[in-house]
Design a protein around this ligand. Structure first.
Ligand SMILES: Cc1ncc(COP(=O)(O)O)c(C=O)c1O
Length: 1013
């Protein structure tokens, strides 16, 4: 018999057994299994069943233990996600049945868990890992009273017996690696006495990433559907079980410490851990990895030809060889994540400080209870102007607005600030990488030279001069003890280093003793004179180099290590603690006060409070790369726009009923960018208003009403503009198509009727205008004109074939119509090679509409046309737009156009757009779902589809949200919303382009295996 025949016979045999004993009928297929046979059977359940046929020599206690354990868990905690043992028709959980050769086998049936294994689940978010922790804790809690004789086994995967590897270290030939394992074993021996005192219980013992099942695709929430495979169960302290799961969770994770914290916090929520247990997780995790690498090294010796054995070790070695994580700080982190005291005694220190509040010697020699607070927060302050660079002149004046001769003012604890602008505060390679922003101290600002007095007796731990740019200058750390002998520390930064001769580590400073002075910017790191006063309950892992600010996403740790020091200043905690605006509160208010169709981007909406060039900042100072917003054309918060606006508002902001040179200067600047035929400008407040006006002009000029426009276009939110915006009127609930509007197919040569392989496609798309004009005539409408987004944006970032618009315009003009180019998206240099999109088309419109970018955020729309059309409109009725063409708008509009020229932004769009396009094209080669990359300059689209050719809308939404998780804002467009839209401000730089392509690569890899991999 061939192998296939044996397989078929086997399958049939077990299919019959399943039917006979469990009355389950259905298809069956073989699943992977190292020693035993596992079959997937369909049947009445969507997910099906797993029939487990154990190897012939399998010991019955091992199977019995697993079956009973699953049944025990189901009884103890019926809601816990866990496979269920399915009893046979005669009520048996475990059967002995002959296989197809007559050999006796132990056989049992489980329901199959939905989803995929954790190893193949992406993204491995903290939320998912937390959920894994909860389920693991649930399992352990449910198993705490499970008894079985098989649990007391002597085998290599019992971590308590992991020191079997000590005798085998010779198999590791690399001396450095051998030393690592040796050290881990030594650490294990020293903690064994503690471990052996811990209560033991039944544990899963192998929650590796292939034994955790996860449901949820793309944007669905990820959920753990259960843990499988109890084959390694034994009794052990429960922390061993947690450490084993942890060992797999941290491997190849970008932020293993955060992953570990999420896992442990989840576990602790369900099955609370003691601080002593938490402290064992890290060394046990490393011990498990040590057992793993030794075991697989031994196996490699036995199976020299099996490359898998060594490959599987690689990530474990990478992790063990990386010693950047500090055990003490990690313990503090895990304890903090569980809400336990960060170090032994931390809770007592906090209590004591609270009790002693009011009794400490005044730091500044006088009470500061009445001192005002000055906020330097992201929301309240504009320090620094450039959140990526704080010049020394600015640093020396930070908070100048709160100064009042010699007066003391305070800076908040827990306040997110952008003044920590140097790359040293960044945690990744990009400007938009995680960044430390949240102040962990209280600042006391007053004049340089002010003496300071020790709040309480302390021993000098550090007394140094840190000369680095924007560092502390003179810095002192004192070590104190509470009355009960618990230690804690205080730090004083930005000092005059005069103390260096007097204060040495080990020396005592008495309560109330004058021990240092505020430095001036020449000696205090460069800052406006103040002391940075910080408290720490441990120096584990931070030693003398305390972070003065923390990552907003890690405040659970830093608030616990460096709590509010207000008590030591004899101040109430609330006085100095800062709270950023609560995003959820704003969201609730928004829902209360605004219409439901005012949409929000992202599943988890963003609150943005600052911007700079092509970066944005939320209320916590988290930076985002803005690859979506085309309105801030010359960059967010451009200093020249600020200056022009402030200057004009100091003077006058009036309307076009009065003369002002700013109006004509703006008009002349715009006209200088357009072909000679355009002579007349109209200034309005928005793109919608400009398009509405364009309709009136076209009608006034032609005396007709009918309009032809491409399908799926958008021209604005006013009644008239909606009627020519199929993107809106054709949506369910839309107003529907007016009889004076005719649609033509979008000239999309990727997906439309005429594709890129057709050399005549431009003309063929243009020819579609003829029947549209005829249809209008049939309905009794003359032709007023044709309007199109020059490059359809909401239609999917489409670049029509060259010559399309020129051919359309010819037909429209021949039929007496006016040609309107909506350049709201494409105009003003975004396309790089062209200032306006119609230039690319070799077309000359009669009306050009501009909006969005022309005001860089200020509400401004512009319509430009010929003298002849303007005259047709000038029929005696006044045209007036109250704010259109206000003095302020004209100054801002002209400044925007000047900046594009002065800063070479059109050229930048060309160069950066080219770089981005080729980066995206490289991704197209790598991922099958990326089928088209198109665009020009910084107007780009990436079309995503499924293998069957249908639009990958859900993937697109997933990618957009994941890019946001990685701090990049992009959009999505197209009739099926399957096209990623990238339109950055024109200021974008090479580094940012690379961040977009690198990150998109990572995110796409979560939905699809790269072609080349
Ligand atoms: C092509 C186009 N035209 C007109 C408008 C309307 O502009 P506004 O929102 O300023 O009224 C938009 C807005 O998205 C647009 O994309």
């Amino acid at each position: 018999m061939t192998e296939t025949e044996i397989g078929t016979r086997q399958l049939r045999h077990w299919q019959t057994a399943l039917k006979d004993h469990w009355a389950i009928d259905g298809d069956m297929s073989r699943l992977d299994g190292e020693y035993d046979l596992n079959f997937l059977a369909t049947g009445d359940r969507d997910e099906g069943y797993v029939l487990k046929v154990m190897r012939p020599d399998c010991e019955s206690w091992l199977v019995d233990m697993q079956v009973k354990a699953f049944e025990h868990i189901a009884l103890r905690d019926p809601l816990l996600p866990c496979p269920q043992v399915i009893k046979s028709g005669d009520g048996m959980s475990l059967l002995t049945l002959p296989d197809e050769t007559g050999q006796k086998r132990l056989v049992w049936l489980l329901n199959r868990l939905p989803g995929r294994c954790y190893a193949n689940a992406a993204p491995k978010s903290d939320a998912l890992i937390h959920e894994v922790g909860r389920v693991l804790g649930g399992f352990a809690s449910a198993l705490d009273d499970f008894q079985h004789t098989g649990l007391d086994r002597d085998f290599k995967w019992d971590l308590m017996r992991g020191d079997w590897i000590s005798d085998k270290l010779d198999c590791i030939t690399n001396p450095a690696r051998r030393q690592i394992i040796d050290d881990i074993c030594a650490g294990f021996s020293s903690m064994k006495p503690i471990l052996t005192k811990l209560p033991k219980q039944a544990v899963h013992n192998d929650a590796n990433d292939y034994n955790i099942m996860v449901t949820g695709d793309l944007s669905e929430p990820r959920q753990v559907s259960g843990l499988i495979d109890l084959g390694d169960m034994c009794t052990a302290p429960r922390v061993c079980d947690l450490a084993i799961a942890a060992a797999y969770i941290v491997l190849d994770h970008d932020t293993p410490e955060a992953a570990l914290a999420a896992l442990v916090a989840g576990y602790h929520e369900v099955y609370p851990l003691t601080p002593a247990e938490v402290d064992l997780i890290w060394p046990l995790l490393r011990m498990r990895l040590a057992v793993s690498v030794v075991n697989s090294t031994l196996m490699a010796v036995q199976n020299p030809d099996d490359p898998y054995v060594t490959i599987s070790q690689a990530s474990a070695w990478r992790f063990l060889e990386d010693n950047t994580l500090h055990r003490g700080l990690l313990n503090a982190r895990l304890r903090a994540a569980c809400g336990l005291p960060v170090v032994e005694g931390a809770d007592r220190v906090l209590d004591w400080l609270g009790q002693e509040r009011g009794n400490f010697a005044p730091l500044m020699g006088q009470g500061i209870a009445d001192a005002p607070l000055g906020s330097l927060s992201v929301e309240n302050s504009t320090w620094p102007q450039n959140p990526f660079h704080l010049p020394l002149e600015e640093a020396a004046r930070v908070g100048a607005e709160f100064e009042d001769k010699g007066r003391i003012w305070l800076g908040y604890y827990h306040e997110p600030r952008l003044i920590y602008a140097e790359p040293a505060f960044r945690k990744g390679p990009w400007k938009a990488s995680d960044r430390r922003t949240v102040h962990l101290a209280v600042d006391v600002f007053t004049h340089a030279g002010t003496p300071m007095f020790a709040p309480l007796r302390g021993e000098v731990f550090v007394a140094e001069y840190r000369s680095g740019h924007l560092d502390y200058g003179g810095v002192i750390i004192l070590r104190h003890e509470t009355a009960g002998g618990d230690p804690f520390y205080t730090l004083y930064g930005h000092l005059d280093p005069e103390f260096l001769d007097r204060l040495k580590p080990g020396q005592m400073v008495e309560q109330g003793e004058e021990f240092c002075r505020l430095g001036d910017p020449g000696m205090n790191g460069g800052w406006a004179p103040h002391v940075h006063f910080q408290l720490a309950l441990t120096t584990e892992g931070i030693e003398a180099d305390w972070p003065g600010v923390g990552d907003p996403d890690e405040m659970y740790l830093w608030r616990a290590v460096c709590p509010n020091p207000a008590a030591l200043l004899n101040l109430p905690d609330e006085k100095v603690r800062y709270f950023p605006t609560e995003k959820q509160g704003v969201l609730a208010d928004r829902k209360a006060h605004f219409g439901g169709n005012l949409s929000l981007t992202y599943d988890d909406p963003l609150m943005l409070v600052r911007g700079w060039k092509h970066h944005l900042f939320d209320e916590w100072g988290r930076p985002y790369l803005d690859a979506y917003n085309n309105v801030p054309h010359v960059g967010h918060a451009h200093p020249r726009i600020q200056a022009v606006a402030a200057d004009q508002l100091k003077r006058i902001n009036s309307n076009t009923r009065y003369l002002h040179p700013a109006q004509t200067a703006f008009a002349e600047k715009i006209l200088s960018k357009l072909p000679k035929k355009f002579e007349v400008c109209f200034f309005v407040n928005s793109g919608s208003e400009a398009n509405e006006l364009a309709l009136r002009l076209a009608r006034a000029h032609t005396g007709a009403k009918g309009m032809v426009t491409p399908d799926h276009g958008y021209h604005g939110n006013t009644t008239g503009a909606i009627c020519i915006s199929a993107y809106k009127f054709n949506k369910p609930g839309g107003v529907g198509q007016a009889d004076w509007v005719e649609l033509v197919e979008v000239a999309d040569d990727y997906r439309g009727s005429y594709r890129r392989d057709d050399p005549d496609r431009a003309q063929k798309y243009a020819d579609l205008v003829d029947p549209a004009i005829a249809a209008l005539h049939r309905k009794g409408h003359g032709l007023a004109g044709f309007i199109a987004e020059t490059f359809p944006s909401v239609g999917g970032q489409i670049i029509p074939p060259k010559g399309y618009l020129a051919a359309v315009y010819e037909k429209i003009r021949a039929a007496g119509g006016v040609c309107i180019a909506d350049e709201v998206q494409t105009g003003l240099g975004r396309l790089g090679e062209f200032y306006f999109g119609f230039e690319h088309q070799g077309a000359l419109p009669d009306i050009v509409v501009m909006g969005k970018p022309i005001g860089n955020g200020h509400p401004l729309g512009v319509l430009v046309t010929t003298r002849e059309i303007a005259q047709s409109f000038d029929n005696g009725i006044e045209f007036f737009s109250t704010f259109g063409g206000s003095t302020l708008s004209c100054r801002i509009g002209k400044e925007v156009l000047d900046i594009v020229d002065d800063e070479g932004l059109q050229e930048n769009a060309r160069v950066m757009g080219g770089r981005l396009l080729s980066g995206l094209q490289a991704l197209q080669k790598k991922y099958a779902c990326v089928v088209d990359v198109r665009g020009m300059g910084l107007f780009l689209g990436v079309e995503l589809i499924h293998p069957d050719g249908t639009e990958a809308t859900a993937i697109c939404s997933y990618v957009k949200n994941r890019m946001r998780d990685h701090r990049i804002l992009i959009g999505s467009e197209g009739p099926k919303d399957n096209i990623l839209k990238i339109r950055t401000p024109l200021t974008i730089e090479a580094e940012d382009v690379d961040m977009i392509t690198t990150t998109l690569d990572q995110v796409l890899a979560e939905v699809e295996h790269p072609v080349s991999a």
